[in-house]
Design a protein around this ligand. Structure first.
Ligand SMILES: Nc1ncnc2c1ncn2[C@@H]1O[C@H](COP(=O)(O)OP(=O)(O)OP(=O)(O)O)[C@@H](O)[C@H]1O
Ligand code: SF4
Ligand SMILES: [Mg+2]
Length: 249
């Protein structure tokens, strides 16, 4: 990085959200962001890629301090802004802009996502009262939303998850439309993340990397070619990511 101070430096960023009722059995914790680090030189661009709900927007919202990080450090042009007060943050705010994903959200903020999806069924009398919960759960499953998200409010979901709630609501009154699902396997539960590799419940190669993938978190390693990879099956060839077995031959 030719000795220049990075425009933005994020180190060990963690963001946890407590969810659920304070009264019934205590609150669970969503591990939205777990130990994210990156550094951006002036003029450099960075794309965050990941499944819906994997924490991309939460990282961005922590960086611009719309959310308070649970842990970690954020430096803007070398200045630690992680704990600056609203007032001291003002001069830095002008250097950060965010373009929101779904500014015109059509979801009623006072209803839970389950109520939102169930509403057309109820209004059009398409489901008997005792059948409603099951139908809503089915619709959530069809659009790839975890069932417990039914009890969350729209602001407690990721942008993509909110789009899926809108889709589920639309599907509720046109039951014949099919959704194509590309990734299979169980969505990792961010309240109880899988042991070992966090991606393993969705990874088509998980069997090949077991038992390592179950027992050990794969370390983020530099594999050359400007790539860093956290996967037990990827070898450090120094020439970019390559599956370990291919590297042997
Ligand atoms: N206020 C909140 N309270 C509880 N959980 C939240 C809250 N905001 C986000 N989450 C959860 O944190 C996780 C990460 O959400 P985030 O919005 O960062 O995802 P994303 O990667 O931007 O997804 P998308 O591609 O769908 O926009 C998700 O599991 C989401 O349900
Ligand atoms: S370690 Fe690699 S192969 Fe194994 S589950 Fe994780 S991503 Fe898949
Ligand atoms: Mg998002």
């Amino acid at each position: 990085m030719n000795g220049r101070v990075p425009a933005l430096e994020v180190e060990g960023l963690v963001k946890h959200f407590p969810v659920g009722s304070r009264f019934f059995g205590g609150r669970a914790v969503v591990h939205a962001v777990e130990d994210v680090s990156f550094s951006l030189a002036p003029g450099e661009m960075l794309g965050l890629v990941g499944e819906s709900g994997s924490g991309k927007s939460t990282v961005a919202n922590c960086v611009v301090r719309l959310l308070e990080p649970t842990a970690g450090t954020i430096r803007l042009h070398g200045v630690d802004i992680t704990h600056l007060s609203r007032h001291s943050l003002q001069p830095f705010r002008r250097q950060m802009h965010i373009v929101f994903q779904d500014p015109y959200s059509s979801l009623n903020p006072r209803l839970t996502c389950g109520q939102i999806v169930g509403e057309p069924l109820r209004l059009h009398r398409l489901a008997a009262r005792n059948e409603l919960d099951r139908r809503v759960a089915e619709l959530f499953d069809r659009v790839g939303l975890r069932p417990e998200l039914r009890f969350r409010y729209p602001h407690e979901l990721s942008g993509g998850q909110r789009q899926r709630v809108g889709l589920a609501r639309a599907l509720s009154v046109s039951p014949r439309r099919r959704q194509r699902i590309i990734l299979s396997g169980e969505l990792p539960n961010p309240i109880a993340p899988p042991s070992g590799c966090a991606f393993r419940t969705r990874c088509p190669l998980a069997d090949r990397s077991a038992p390592d993938s179950v027992e050990t978190v794969p370390e983020l390693r530099d594999v050359g070619g400007g790539h860093r990879v956290a996967c037990h099956l990827v070898a450090s060839t120094g020439e970019g990511p390559r599956l370990a077995e291919e590297a042997v031959t």
